[in-house]
Design a binder for this molecule. Structure first.
Ligand SMILES: [Zn+2]
Length: 267
């Protein structure tokens, strides 16, 4: 007797909650049974790697297996698990989570000078910097105070791996932390930048797009956990079981600069 429990994939969307699945290219994990074997496969139609976190439960075994499998770009029907109904446990279940990016191969390029996330000629104040006590505990995140509909630019080139812009602004704060519109960009060193609190329908890019450093990607807003219009940005990398926030240096007049709380920065 054989039974599979197949749960819906949960696309990585840290730090702001579940993401919509892109309409064009969708990663897949699925299985096929032939004879005594059931094989689990993954498809990655994207231009970047993905990591499948796989959980397997064998009914007559005490331990579950947790594995991370990196699937290269443009790879289809990659076998990530096989199970023999004759040789192994009679009942076998699996579920999975898809993480966009490669969790085994992210090493931040600390020499990279990021561009301020807005247009030349603008300058904005940092209202909460690294490890800010309000909502940046343990995180190298930055909040820039800016009016709604300010043009937000990519701090660094990369591939857009997530876009959420369907949330409307809700009065108040705190109770809606997962309802912040956001764009997430994967860099060439497998680190990730997130741009948060964007305006409703304010995105100018879509999942799968390659964006250049300085390219306009969205309009800022006040969605999610946000008391006043501002832009939250953060660079991080993912390890198999960890989220690692990363400090960044910005290009201010050609000088690598760490942005400080209450500083005002333009270029
Ligand atoms: Zn913030």
């Amino acid at each position: 007797m054989f039974r599979l429990l197949l749960l819906l994939p949960f696309l990585w969307s840290f730090p702001s909650g579940n993401g919509d699945i892109g309409m064009v290219k969708v990663e897949k994990v699925y299985h096929q049974t032939q004879g005594e074997w059931t094989r689990v496969y993954a498809d990655n139609p994207n231009s970047y790697p993905i990591t499948v976190r796989l959980y397997c439960y064998y009914e007559d075994a005490t331990e579950a297996i947790r594995e991370y499998r990196v699937i290269a770009p443009y790879t289809f029907k990659k076998e990530i698990l096989k199970h023999s109904h004759r040789l192994q446990a009679t009942r076998f279940h699996y579920d999975f989570r898809i993480i966009r990016g490669d969790v085994y191969n992210s090493h931040h390029d600390d020499s990279y000078m990021y561009q301020l996330p807005y247009l030349s000629g603008c300058s904005f104040r940092v209202s909460q910097g690294y490890f800010g006590g309000y909502s940046h505990q343990g995180r190298y995140a930055l909040d820039f105070v800016m009016p709604r509909n300010t043009h937000v630019c990519a701090m660094r080139e990369g591939v857009v791996i997530k876009v959420e812009d369907h949330y409307k602004e809700v009065r108040g704060w705190g109770h809606v932390p997962r309802m912040g519109n956001n764009i997430t960009i994967l860099h060439s060193d497998n680190t990730i930048a997130t741009y948060l609190h964007l305006n409703h329908k304010g995105s100018m890019v879509k999942e799968g797009d390659y964006v250049f450093r300085g390219q306009e990607i969205a309009l800022s807003g006040n969605t999610g956990w946000s008391m006043n219009p501002h832009l939250h940005v953060e660079v991080f990398r993912l390890e198999p079981a960890a989220y690692v926030s990363i400090p960044t240096q910005f290009d201010i007049g050609g000088v690598p600069t760490t942005l400080r709380d209450e500083g005002r920065y333009g270029w």
